[in-house]
Design a protein around this ligand. Structure first.
Ligand code: NAP
Length: 268
C-alpha cells in the first residue's frame, strides 16, 4: 500500500525538496504552508494551509487533512524559522515567538496526530532539528534552545510511542542553502558593549551561509529514514557531522540501552 507522508513547511527549502523527492519516489505526499494559494498551482502534491504557531489553524488543518486521506504513515516536522542575534540583545518577546513556532508549534502538530498513530498502531515521526540543537553557536541562543528543547521532548516521546509501534527520529542538519536566512528574524536590541563582537559574528555567519552546500545530503537522509523500519534517534548531517554523530551515538545508545533495561524490570 502507498504510504501517506505529511510534511510541514513544504513551500521552500528542505521541505519543498523533501516533498518533491518523496512524491517522485511514489509516496502520497501532503505538504503544508501558511499561504498554500501562493504555491499550490506549481506543485505536484497536495498542500494544506497550516500555521503551526496558531492553534485555530492547527484545528482547521486537522479537519482538512482527514478529508484528503484516511491515514498518515509518516509525519515530517520540518516547519521552523531562525531567530538570529546575541542573547542579551534579543527581547524575551522575540524569544517566545521562536519557541511558539519551533518548539510549541511542532509539539502541537505532533499531538494532533498522536491519537491517529496510536489507533493505527504504526507510524513514524521525523523531526528536523538542527546541529544547533546538539551543540550551539553564538548569535543563535533562542534558535538553538528551541531545537535543544525538541531533542529533549522527542527523546522521551520515543520511549512512550514505541509501545504503539510508532517510531520517533530526529535529523540535525549543519548549515545548508535554503531560504532560512531570507526568512529569518533578527534581534531587536543593540548593546554598545557587544558592537565589535557582533560585527565579528555577523562576518563569520555570512561566510558560513554564503558557502553553505546544497541540501542534497539532508534530502537523502530523510528518504533513508522514511524507508528504515527501526530508525535510530539522532541523524546529524553535513560537514563534520560524523564527529558529532560518534559522540552523540555512543552516549545516547549507552543511555538508551540502560533505560530500556531498567524499565523492563517493572514489566507486569
Ligand atoms: N537551512 C539550514 O541550514 C538548516 C539547518 C538546520 C536546521 N534547519 C531547519 O530546517 C527546517 C526548514 O528550514 P529551511 O532551512 O528549509 O528554511 P526555509 O526555506 O525558510 O523553509 C521554512 C519552511 O517552514 C515554514 N514555516 C515557517 N514558519 C512557519 C509557521 N509558523 N507555520 C507553518 N510553517 C512555517 C515555511 O512555510 P510557509 O512560509 O509557506 O508557511 C517554509 O516552508 C527548519 O526547521 C530549520 O530550523 C535548517
Amino acid at each position: 500500500m502507498t504510504q501517506t507522508i505529511l510534511i510541514t513547511g513544504a513551500s521552500s527549502g528542505f521541505g519543498l525538496l523533501i516533498a518533491n523527492k518523496l512524491h517522485q519516489s511514489g509516496y502520497n505526499v501532503i505538504g503544508t504552508s501558511r499561504n498554500p494559494e501562493k504555491i499550490k498551482p506549481s506543485l505536484p502534491f497536495k498542500v494544506i494551509a497550516l500555521d503551526i504557531a496558531d492553534d485555530d489553524s492547527i484545528r482547521s488543518f486537522e479537519k482538512e487533512l482527514f478529508k484528503h486521506t484516511g491515514r498518515v504513515d509518516v509525519l515530517i516536522n520540518n516547519a521552523g524559522f531562525y531567530l538570529s542575534g546575541l542573547a542579551e540583545e534579543t527581547s524575551i518577546e522575540l524569544g517566545r515567538q521562536q519557541f511558539e513556532t519551533n518548539f510549541w508549534g511542532t509539539i502541537k502538530v505532533t499531538n494532533s496526530l498522536l491519537p491517529h498513530f496510536r489507533k493505527q498502531r504504526s507510524g513514524k515521526i521525523i523531526t528536523v532539528g538542527s546541529i544547533a540543537g546538539l551543540l550551539n553557536f553564538p548569535s543563535s541562543a533562542y534558535y538553538g534552545a528551541s531545537k535543544h528543547a525538541l531533542e529533549g521532548y522527542f527523546k522521551s516521546l520515543r520511549f512512550e510511542l514505541n509501545e504503539f509501534n510508532v517510531k520517533v527520529a530526529m535529523i540535525e542538519p549543519m548549515g545548508f542553502k535554503t531560504n532560512i536566512i531570507g526568512s529569518s528574524i533578527a534581534a531587536d536590541g543593540k548593546i554598545e558593549d557587544y558592537s565589535a563582537y557582533r560585527k565579528k559574528i555577523a562576518a563569520f555567519a555570512n561566510d558560513l551561509f554564503d558557502n553553505a552546500p546544497e541540501p542534497t545530503p539532508v534530502i537523502n537522509t530523510v528518504l533513508k529514514l522514511v524507508e528504515t523500519k527501526e530508525p535510530k534517534f539522532n541523524h546529524p548531517v553535513g560537514k563534520g557531522a560524523n564527529v558529532v554523530l560518534g559522540l552523540q551515538h555512543f552516549a545516547y545508545k549507552t543511555f538508551e540501552k540502560a533505560m530500556i533495561k531498567n524499565i523492563n524490570k517493572f514489566q507486569s
